[in-house]
Design a protein around this ligand. Structure first.
Ligand SMILES: [Zn+2]
Ligand SMILES: [Zn+2]
Length: 285
């Protein structure tokens, strides 16, 4: 499986990003540095993860279970570096943020690395409690945790799923590999207009029914719909009036090569869609 280099996709979209009034030069620079940190970490982790079976069980969904997570000291050393580097990067651009308490607590108690990712994947209230204990908003800790752990989860996915391109009989809206939430969807015309979801953590993609809410499973067309973004109709968000959530979607027509679109970067580019959806009263899952 080729390693996606988000920095390249980001650079290719530089012009459209900087024309977008919601995306500043600083934000662009922050993401470029972040993607570059993640790429370095991914290359290193890919070289040290020789046996993903310690963590991944491909006979069940999701293939990673939060309560069975165990990391070697070498993996923890890499994660530690990611937390420190990401904290330094964010505070460089957003001086109001401070991760000092979190970094100090992680130094005192290395078990916290595992607690954070376990709580993130378990999606329970312990995550909010950890954020509070470390003087962070939940969203700040989610950003940190997802970005610090992303290279590890991608490396595990690449090691475990070399020959698997789909997930038989899997119909859920959560990632079949790591159990985390999708950040975006795509509809691919050249694949019979099938819809695929993209995991915000391990970046795995899986097929999901076209007309079905990703968050609550609602299939009633009276309460499902989408809004297209008129200046560029490949972008839209799909909403559900039953649970009031939305998911952003990119529609890739036959004229375009699917590999041109990196959904991690598309998710950043389409922040204007989030703004419209939130303004209309929908929430992100
Ligand atoms: Zn995943
Ligand atoms: Zn719903």
């Amino acid at each position: 499986m080729p390693m996606i280099h988000h920095t390249e996709h980001l650079e290719q979209r530089k012009e459209s990003l900087l024309n977008n009034s919601m995306f500043s030069e600083d934000l662009f620079a922050l993401y470029r540095s972040l993607f570059s940190l993640q790429f370095q970490s991914l290359q290193h982790l890919a070289s040290i993860i020789t046996d993903s079976k310690l963590i991944v069980d491909t006979t069940q969904y999701p293939m990673i279970q939060p309560h069975t997570l165990q990391f070697t000291d070498e993996i923890i050393a890499d994660i530690k570096k990611m937390f420190k580097n990401i904290a330094a990067l964010i505070t460089q651009y957003q001086t109001a943020y401070s991760f000092d308490t979190l970094l100090a607590n992680l130094d005192d108690n290395p078990e916290l690395y595992k607690d954070i990712i376990t709580a993130l994947l378990s999606k329970d209230s312990t995550f909010e409690a950890i954020a509070l204990n470390n003087k962070l908003d939940t969203d700040e800790l989610i950003f940190m945790a997802v970005n610090a752990y992303k290279p590890l989860f991608i490396a595990l996915k690449d090691a475990a799923l070399q020959d698997i391109t789909q997930f038989p009989d899997y119909t859920e809206g959560l990632c079949p590999f790591c159990g985390f939430l999708p950040d975006m969807a795509k509809i691919v015309e050249s694949k019979n207009n099938k819809r695929f979801l993209h995991c915000a953590l391990c970046e795995c993609e899986w097929e999901y029914k076209r007309v079905k809410c990703v968050a609550c499973g609602n299939e009633n067309t009276d309460t499902l719909g989408y809004y297209s973004y008129e200046p560029d109709e490949k972008y839209r968000f799909d909403y559900c009036n039953k649970c009031n959530t939305y998911i952003k979607t990119i529609r890739i027509t036959k004229q375009h090569d699917e590999s041109q679109f990196d959904l991690t970067v598309e998710n950043l580019i389409t922040n204007f869609l989030d703004a419209s959806a939130l303004q209309m009263g929908y929430t992100r899952q």
